[in-house]
Design a protein around this ligand. Sequence first.
Ligand code: FAD
Ligand code: NAI
Length: 465
Amino acid sequence: MAQYDVIIIGGGPGGYNAGIRAGQLGLKVAVVEKRTTLGGTCLNVGCMPSKALLHASELYEAAGGEFATLGIEVKPKLNLVQMMKQKADSVTALTKGIEFLFKKNKVEWIKGAGKIAGPGKVEVTAEDGSVTALEAKDIVIATGSEPTPLPGVTIDQERIVDSTGALSLPEVPKSLIVIGAGIIGLELGSVWRRLGSKVTVVEFLDRITPGMDAETAKTFQRSLTKQGVEFKLGAKVTGATASKKGVSLTVEPVAGGAAETLEAEYVLVAIGRRPYTEGLGLENVGITPDKRGFIETDHFKTSAPGVWAIGDAIHGPMLAHKAEEDSVACIEIIAGKYGHVDYNLVPSVVYTYPEVAWVGQTEEQLKDAGVAYKVGKFPFSANSRAKINHETDGFAKVLADAKTDEILGVHIVGPQAGEMIGEYCVAMAFKAASEDIARVCHPHPTRSEAGRQAAMGVEGWTMQA
Ligand code: FAD
Ligand code: NAI
């Protein structure tokens, strides 16, 4: 029977990074992955294909509108087949890249579905049905997550799709209803709106993107509305009927009132994701997931000795970079080193136009916790680079402790916000005060100056607005 130091089940950002780190530390490691390619949800049907379509659709829309403002007159013609092909080619290059990294770091990829058969034992069922038994001192669960189903709305991946279906629609829908105003709904809704769909977003709550700073979410919603996205907030979908031509949805106000019927060619269900642990054999080592399906852990240790869990399968933000942080810390602990993740410093980015990026606490969280804080805010409409680029939507906001001036949260809504947030992750990791940012020279003309001006605003000496 093959023996390993560590067997990792799942080859996504949690699992593949865990494999690579284990290889680097000289552990004998295998990653069990049942897909035909490595990279998990993120590379195959998540982060990467969605960003490929967001990038291409943003340029398509700009070519049909904003380019003319810049004096570039073109008439773009959509070639959806090519757009999908370049997406698929990029995904293949990325997943092959992980195979290369596995070879380089001596990580063995065992193809098939992994099941924990008992303490230190993993069984892998290959596509042809053959079963291989493996043994390891430590087992890491990195099996990720799957879309949460919505009762009464059956995903058929034809007319009613989840994120995976929405990444590969065969045509531009004339109309698309998105259920859920979260990150997936707004990113993929943006893709199809830019390509020509009429997009309506139905959201249960009375606001979009729960978890995002409320003022930032309002500005973001205003910007999406200006672009033509329609929102039905405080509304719940109670049923759906799909035909060959489209979908009929029954929607009721959450607060009570008359139901209405909405029609669309396609419906995207994006109401969240849940941990995926089907067929994993958790019962064989006495692990019971919590009510929402998450595996409970203490510094990645599960209740079963020698079994660890990371990424989307455990609590915390369901993000690729969080899974990656988990993976490194978990493997370093297994290897007898020190591993730690500061979940307060895991940034979030919504890759729409404008982008939204944040790290640390929201104003609502600070108020709830009774923390006294000061706010510095700077609009991109006063930032020279944003003006020159005709991209003035949004603002940067810095929240700092009223007494110590330590930065507690940063919220940016504007193009390239995702590229700007890294500076604040580093600053906050070093416990920077807002004045530390305010006193650092930033390059001119860049959007990063808006972040600095926001930091100056905490002490009331913003100079450019
Ligand atoms: P996964 O990536 O889900 O990987 C788990 C792997 O385990 C899968 O490949 C699965 O096949 C395999 N597996 C499961 N069970 C078994 C088994 N029993 N045996 C063998 N293999 C098994 N995050 C970001 O940070 N940025 C983004 O821009 C972003 N965009 C996204 C867009 C979409 C449309 C979606 C759906 C998600 C997006 N995410 C994004 C979230 C991100 O994809 C996840 O947080 C991340 O993939 C989680 O990594 P993971 O390793 O925990 O799990
Ligand atoms: P989400 O949790 O971000 O948003 C789901 C939305 O659906 C919420 O606004 C919620 O209130 C709403 N909702 C729930 N039930 C509903 C119902 N019955 N009817 C109407 N609305 C309902 O989940 P989403 O968008 O599915 O994404 C899942 C996760 O994937 C994200 O939380 C994120 O962790 C990850 N992701 C990250 C991306 C990024 O980092 N850029 C991109 C895409 C996904």
